[in-house]
Design a protein around this ligand. Structure first.
Ligand code: NAD
Length: 275
């Protein structure tokens, strides 16, 4: 069901499904979206200092009636805060905004050249100090992870990357699997951009499911964790109703075949962190 988890390298159980809160800029709307999500059974929230809504995440969780330790909270260190000391400072800032005493998962948001290995070492320190339950990274390609592994005592346990049927990320997923790194998809719906695909629409008709449900189910059957974003209550609920059906192997194959290595976001290979 909605509270299905994946066991990470250190034995921590991470919900395979959660709510992403990027671009939720209106504080009231953000609180309402998270409140709805928790009410319908979501138990993971994905934020970042960049999103400027960590306060609302904390507030919505505190007022939800769901115990803090039943909820898996992810946040991330932004590009301008990277390096060892800066990361420790940024984390403290995030913790203060969330008004929590620990974070479940802390990620390097992007692999800022010359800084990301030191950033990860700080994340590792936070893990040793038990201020975070899981250390991880985001937008790391194979070569970035290899660099991190050279300096890390505790390898990252999660890599959050753009993934959807038009960017299936098979080689990177296989690499992560080899290293026992769970993969979370950001923009799992391609920001809505894959939902008008003919194959996906047809499959929706076949299963009596919406295109978003088909796509999210595809992720889950591929062992990819998902954090779809919506502020619309009916969609927040719709996106969660993916545990009552299964795509056949043949349909999984035809969805896998939609891959065209198309990104809706930045490429970690050549991004400029002025965004
Ligand atoms: P998404 O793929 O989740 O798409 C969200 C958009 O799809 C919504 O704004 C809405 O317009 C549409 N949508 C949602 N549910 C729908 C439904 N049922 N039917 C029709 N349309 C629907 O895109 P996202 O917000 O970019 O990604 C999800 C989360 O991933 C973010 O909120 C954030 O938490 C995370 N993220 C992380 C990074 C990173 O660098 N680590 C980058 C981008 C996003």
């Amino acid at each position: 069901d909605l509270q299905t988890t994946k066991r990470l390298a250190n034995g921590i159980e991470m919900p395979i499904f959660g709510l992403g809160v990027y671009k939720m800029t209106d504080p009231q709307e953000t609180i309402e979206a998270i409140t709805t999500a928790l009410q319908v059974g979501y138990r993971a929230i994905d934020t970042a200092s960049l999103y400027h809504n960590e306060e609302q995440v904390g507030e919505a969780i505190r007022h939800s009636g769901v115990p803090r330790n039943d909820i898996f909270v992810t946040t991330k260190v932004w590009n301008t805060d990277q390096g060892f000391d800066n990361t420790l400072r940024a984390f403290e800032e995030s913790l203060k905004k969330l008004d929590m005493d620990y974070v479940d998962l802390y990620l390097t948001h992007w692999p800022v050249e010359g800084k990301y290995t030191e950033t990860y070492r700080a994340i590792e320190r936070l893990y040793e100090e038990k201020l975070i339950r899981v250390p991880g990274v985001s937008n790391h390609h194979k070569q970035h992870i290899e660099e991190v592994l050279k300096v890390a005592q505790t390898p990252p346990m999660v890599n959050q990357i753009e993934a959807h049927p038009y960017l299936s990320q098979e080689p990177l997923r296989a690499f992560c699997k080899e290293h026992n790194i769970a993969v979370t998809a950001w923009s799992p719906l391609g920001r809505g951009g894959v939902l008008i695909d003919e194959t996906i629409l047809k499959m929706g008709d076949k299963y009596g499911k919406s295109p978003a449900q088909i796509v999210l189910r595809w992720h889950i059957q591929n062992d990819i964790l998902v954090i779809p974003k919506s502020v619309t209550p009916s969609r927040i609920e719709e996106n969660a109703r993916i545990f009552d059906f299964e795509l056949t192997e043949e349909d999984m194959r035809s969805l896998n075949n939609l891959n065209r290595n198309q990104r809706f976001g930045k490429d970690p290979e050549n991004f400029h962190f002025d965004f």
